[in-house]
Design a binder for this molecule. Structure first.
Ligand code: DSN
Length: 434
């Protein structure tokens, strides 16, 4: 385990939180679909002296001096991102996924413009127009849904109809709780028909796309792709905005046209929206992208998919109802009301009690509210990083179902928690010995 000697001496309270979290991650099972464990090299770059440096601007065009190494780190991240996703431009400064999406909205839209994105209860994301966000007060968001919740097929006719009526400036694909592949060609055709920018938020599946296992929206002519960097991609927390075309001069304002998208995006991130980039995160992102380029990443990503399919199948074999009846990616959503007769919040709490972390989730057109929804989202990126394979996934499902079955029996849950801990300790976190 890392020692954290200095922290232990100078601030035992914070040390206790950090060491406690390390112990929790070691002893517990992580099935939150958006989480993962970074490598020791990513952690070293994150904890490096690059955190001391201000670097407003972009490589070669900074406002402060002393930038030879920040430029090197950011250029590595940019070039690796471009190579992995086959695009021309990468902004790697967005602080995370929400800031990345907001920066794109401000880059391309005027207040009152329309955006067409996926309905939240059908798997869309808060930043795609939820009424609780500030963005929804500035821009008009419209929503498309699945046509068939048993297969996950999106309602492309509905999408086209709304697009023709509302004339969105952005047609937005992407999700945080949708287990199927998208038809990018259809979405791009709808965007083209109304002259909209085709944008994809690939945060959840960025690693699976980089590995070539899921389709790349750029291959279908998408203009802009945003992502977080810490989910399947297995990097530090952060965001990227990828696009086609080149930046003319990030320090000079340009017209809002499709050709100017890369310049508009850079200017929107800085100075429009953020100040100094977090250079330690950017260096850690460069490391993570370098890891994705190495030969062992694709087998890892492939195993995420194998494990997710196995988990979905075992849950269904045991009588559980999944939204879309399975998965094509790393995640699945269990309909807890239909499967267990209790809501997703309750199931999440029961699983917490035995050391299994999950996240409650809405199901399509959920009659229950988001804080106490009908579903539970599960994902396999983190357990796959720890080396779990199909047999281990079966054990994991059995732990979950047993916990739910024995939820009224405190001593059975205690015993199960010990079993989960012993099981998890067989799979150390990257670079950590137990
Ligand atoms: N919070 C992330 C997720 O869990 O999907 C998305 O922002």
């Amino acid at each position: 385990m890392p020692i954290y000697d200095n922290l232990k001496k100078t601030d035992p309270d914070v040390y206790a939180a950090v060491a406690g979290e390390l112990q929790r991650q070691t002893d517990e099972m992580e099935l939150i679909a958006s989480e993962n464990y970074v490598s020791p090299s990513v952690l070293e770059a994150l904890g490096s002296v690059l955190t001391n440096k201000y670097a407003e601007g972009f490589p070669g065009k900074r406002y402060y001096g002393g930038q030879q190494f920040t430029d090197a780190a950011e250029t590595l991240a940019i070039e690796r991102a471009k190579a992995l996703y086959h695009c021309d431009h990468a902004n790697v400064q967005a602080l995370s996924g929400a800031p990345a999406n907001i920066a794109v909205y401000f880059a391309l839209l005027e207040p009152g413009d329309a955006v067409l994105g996926m309905d939240l209860s059908h798997g869309g994301h808060l930043t795609h127009g939820s009424p609780v966000t500030y963005m929804s007060k500035l821009f008009r968001f419209f929503r498309y849904k699945m046509k068939n919740v048993e297969t996950g097929e999106l309602d492309y006719d509905q999408m086209r109809e709304i697009a023709r009526k509302e004339k969105p400036k952005i047609v937005l694909a992407g999700f945080s709780a949708y287990p199927r592949e998208l038809d990018y060609a259809k979405i791009k055709a709808i965007a083209d028909e109304v002259g909209a920018v085709a944008m994809m938020d690939m945060a959840h599946i960025a690693g699976l796309i980089a590995a070539g296992l899921l389709k790349n929206p750029f291959d279908y002519g998408f203009h802009v792709v945003t992502t977080t960097t810490h989910k399947t991609l297995r990097g530090p927390r952060g965001g990227m905005i990828l696009s086609r075309g080149t930046v003319s001069n990030p320090l000079k304002a340009v017209e809002k046209t499709i050709e100017n998208i890369p310049t508009l995006i850079d200017r929107s991130v800085f100075p429009g929206f953020q100040g100094g980039p977090h250079m330690n995160n950017i260096a850690a992102l460069a490391v993570a992208l370098g890891e994705v380029m190495k030969p062992d990443y694709k087998p890892y990503a492939a195993q995420i998919l194998v494990n997710a399919k196995r988990m979905a199948q075992r849950l269904m074999d045991k009588g559980c109802k999944l939204v879309t009846n399975g998965t094509d990616n790393h995640m699945m959503v269990v309909d807890c009301i239909k499967s267990f007769g209790i809501d997703g919040k309750e199931v999440q709490h029961i699983l917490d009690d035995v050391g299994i972390s999950t996240s409650k989730s809405t199901i399509p057109d959920d009659p229950l509210p988001p804080f106490k929804p009908s579903g539970l989202r599960l994902g396999t990126p983190a357990v796959t990083t720890r080396g779990m394979k199909e047999g281990d996934i079966d054990m994991t499902v059995d732990f979950m179902l047993k916990a739910i079955e024995k939820r009224a029996d405190a001593s059975a849950l205690k015993k199960l928690q010990t079993e989960v801990r012993e099981f998890c300790r067989r799979f150390p976190l990257p670079g950590m010995k137990i």
